[in-house]
Design a protein around this ligand. Sequence first.
Ligand code: BLA
Length: 491
Amino acid sequence: MNAPLPDLALCASEPIRVPGAIQPHGRMAVLGPDGALVAWSANWAGADAARRAAGLVGARLAALDGEGPAALGRVDVDGAPLDVLGHRSGALVLLEFEPAVDEAGTQAPIYSLARHFLPLLQRAGSVAELADLAAREIKRLTGFGRTLVYRFDEEGHGEVLAECIDPGYDSYQGHRFPGADVPAQARELYRLNHIRLIPDASYRPVPLLGVEAGWEPASLDLSHAHLRSVSPVHLEYMRNMRTLASMSVSIVVGDRLWGLISCHDHAPRQLPFQTRAACEHLGRLLSLQIGAKEDNAEVAQRLELRRLTLQLVAQLADSDATLQQLAGEPGLLLHMARAGGAAVVLNDDCWTAGETPEREQIAALAHWIAGKGVETWACDRLVQEFPPAAAFRERACGVLAVSISQVHRHLVLWFRPELVRTIRWAGDPRKEATVGDGRIHPRRSFASWQQQLRGRSLPWSPAELAAAGELRHALIGIVLRRAEELAEVAT
Ligand code: BLA
């Protein structure tokens, strides 16, 4: 039977910041600007019980300032010790109470991060190594059965870089998860709030109740609340994955959600606040180190490209400085753009080097690119943009072009061949979701599924585009100077 195709945009419209309910492993009390109780979660013995518990926190409330929840110590409610977290949301104060759990051992987990984990991160040689260290460390801290680190690719799909699993857990190492698994509004929230714990995916949400009749539970912004009740679609997703407990920690590089550390367990699992705080801290350390590694790699690539560009320009200036010379000694030209072929187009003339389409095909392509009127143009899946390219896809799925003149059709083009990639998905992304009973449901299977991706080349990096832009400037300079010299000779 063919189910109707679901509209995945629906996922992005789920109101995850204002669910009007919390998870049942804790209780909530919401205070107004005057300190009076405004709302409470239905799992207190009544509004009075919530009011009394909030009263025990008392003067500590004055300390609240930052964005996220701060630990406000422990209170004793009817003989049971509760850990309290508090944060402000607009004019309101949200208090979250969770049964206190004593840490095993004497050292807060945060110290071991500083002492053991940070030095390891600093010695790591690559992003993959950083990810591996983080997957191990978070497993050690939390005891989850499977921990993984994944990065969002250019298209928003999650790619598992590192994993640590107990026996009995399926491995997702090297797999991709479709971008729609984490819809846009969730990504935006995870950029701001860096940690989420779902101790039991089979939970029943606890509604929030107002002291005054007419108070709207969905008016309360729970973006930063640890107890926020999560999307029912996501809970179903977890159960489909045989994951009853999960935690995820954001990896934010710059201000972009770079990826997630994701932890799973087949059984429900609760973690004390101190451990969560350590995991959040681990996420920040990892984010900083990834940012530094990526910046270093980018700087190194830019320096190398600048060196090659200068060498190329010097070579050209030493010759008769005509552009077609570029194709005469193409070693550097091809090397700098990691290209398989290149062409210099001067109106109706064309010089080529390496693996390129036929001259007429290049002429048609150059004509089409020149029509765009841009200085630099690049594409790693040419057939999609320029259908005639289907005839030469093996030689050129990727094209980078710079235009040397505003008046003439003078272009330098680089070509990259098709790079057939095999992607291993954790579940067939075409079955991303189904609709039934009028609701949308996540996919049921996470079994490995391979897809061959055709029609693309290696993508052009920002550093390569920048180098092409610099080369363009230099070439224009050389061409102008040569035109002046020729004019002098003629007079
Ligand atoms: C949220 N989806 C999430 C979250 C993760 C994933 C990590 C964050 C919640 C959390 O921290 O547990 C997905 N979980 C994954 C992935 C892995 C993992 C990729 O462990 C990989 C290892 N989900 C769907 C569909 C919809 C959907 C079809 O599959 C849309 C209807 C929705 N996912 C969805 C929503 C959230 C979510 C709405 C937000 C949950 C919330 O924070 O309330």
